[in-house]
Design a protein around this ligand. Structure first.
Ligand SMILES: *Cc1c(COP(=O)(O)O)cnc(C)c1O
Ligand SMILES: [Zn+2]
Length: 417
């Protein structure tokens, strides 16, 4: 059964498409190998259009999808002739209908559908805010139990555009904990029988869901873009863009090159920028992220705060950068804030801080002459439209069911059943 197999990137071992996050023999990523090598679009409102290259059986009926359009105002300002914007968020005037306002919803729909199709009924994940919001929303729509562990700085992002349901179990971590502490606690909860781990970058539904950004761009532009710009915390979205570009290249109708990745982080917390610029496959914590909790508390785009990103692993960020001859940029808070104001005034939609980091990296790349004026450039605005959403919807805050002092807390203290 199934439209795909899972293949280990390290040893090549192949598995049937069950809910699996790693190879049995090593620690490498597994990747979906879809039967269909040509992308045949389905008739569906949102990312179901790309069902053939998503690890689900039934057609996804969500209206959530990235949109791609050719920029005029920002392109003009930056003197670019082929600047395309991918927007994941709420902007109904452009038919962008992601009501949790980030590309994390592109992973939540296929992940939960895949969970249901493999006969599981509950899921745990850690989130700095946007992922938790996306899964909470999907849980409210279909009743699947989700346990969401959120660090204190993520709590303000834990709202949904409808009434919260009992299927959402929000666990708030106390002050002093960060996103990586939340990941540790979520990993422990995932060992409870019946609760499946979401899996982060190892989750192929996450990667291929986010990969629809690249698919939508290629289908709209009618070619694989020359360049791809995104701000990264874990880099899963960037890995996803690379994997999607490889599939599109194999399809053959979208060109014979893949996009050069231009990835950015928010200074002073930029472990992957430091490791990549030092040509290192490993992040060396003392050198690449000294005083991480302090520097995380200083960044404007605080969702970009993963201390253990999938950088070194086979098929991870390092490999994606190497294969695409990619570049990394460190962006200051001021550069991000200026870029946010510029983008919003020219394109006419509000954007989230990480997307402002991506805009600033585009400006840097032009100054450094890393792109040519006529290159086909894809700028991934991975989150935006929250202010626009508030005009149309009433947002509900999700109340925590438990709080956790630290990641080692006894699980009976945080699980409500
Ligand atoms: C999560 C997120 C990112 C970073 O994505 P990666 O998983 O690190 O690729 C960037 N922008 C927004 C809006 C996000 O929610
Ligand atoms: Zn293997």
């Amino acid at each position: 059964m199934g439209n795909y197999n899972l293949k280990c990137l390290q040893c090549g071992r192949s598995y049937l498409g069950d809910y699996r996050l790693k190879c049995d023999d090593d620690d490498s990523f597994v990747q979906a190998e879809y039967q269909s090598k040509e992308l045949d679009l389905k008739n569906a409102p949102g990312i179901g259009k790309y069902n053939e290259w998503l690890p689900v059986q039934d057609l996804l009926m969500t209206e959530a999808a990235p949109i791609t359009y050719k920029s005029e105002e920002l392109a003009n300002e930056l003197e670019l002739s082929n600047l395309y914007i991918s927007f994941s968020g709420y902007w109904p005037e452009r038919n962008a209908l992601i009501k949790t306002c980030s590309f994390k919803e592109l992973e939540a729909h296929p992940t939960i559908q895949r969970l249901i199709e493999s006969d599981h009924s509950s899921l745990v994940l850690a989130s700095a805010g946007n992922t938790g919001r996306a899964f909470a929303h999907v849980s409210a729509l279909n009743g699947v139990d989700v346990y969401i562990v959120v660090p204190p700085n993520g709590m303000s992002r834990m709202w949904i555009p409808e009434e919260p349901s009992d299927s959402i179990h929000l666990i708030k971590m106390d002050e002093g904990n960060d996103y990586t502490d939340a990941i540790h606690l979520a990993d422990r909860i995932a060992k409870v029988p019946g609760i499946m781990p979401e899996g982060g970058a190892r989750n192929i539904a996450r990667r291929d869901g986010m990969g629809t950004v690249m698919l939508d761009a290629a289908v709209t532009i009618k070619q694989i873009p020359d360049h791809y710009f995104q701000a990264i915390g874990s880099g899963t979205g960037a890995i996803a863009a690379w994997e999607a570009a490889l599939r599109l290249r194999e399809d053959g109708r979208f060109g014979d090159h893949i996009s050069k990745l231009h990835l950015s982080q928010n200074l002073p917390f930029a472990p992957m920028v430091n490791a990549w610029n030092a040509c290192q496959r490993k992040i060396i914590p003392e050198i690449d992220m000294p005083e991480p909790k302090k520097s995380i508390s200083d960044i404007f785009a605080d969702v970009l705060s993963n201390r253990a990103p999938p950088y070194s692993v086979k098929g991870g960020v390092f490999d994606a950068l190497e294969d695409t001859d990619g570049l990394m940029y460190g962006i200051t808070n001021n550069e991000a804030k200026e870029a946010k104001a510029l983008f919003e005034s020219l394109e006419g939609i509000d954007i989230l801080p990480p997307s402002a980091v991506a805009v600033a990296s585009l400006i840097k790349s032009i100054d450094a002459e890393n792109v040519d004026k006529d290159d086909v450039i894809l700028l991934n605005i991975a989150g935006g439209g929250v202010e626009r959403l508030k005009e149309d919807y009433t947002l509900s805050n999700i109340e925590p069911v438990a709080s956790a002092k630290n990641p080692e807390i006894p699980l009976e203290d945080v699980l409500d059943k």
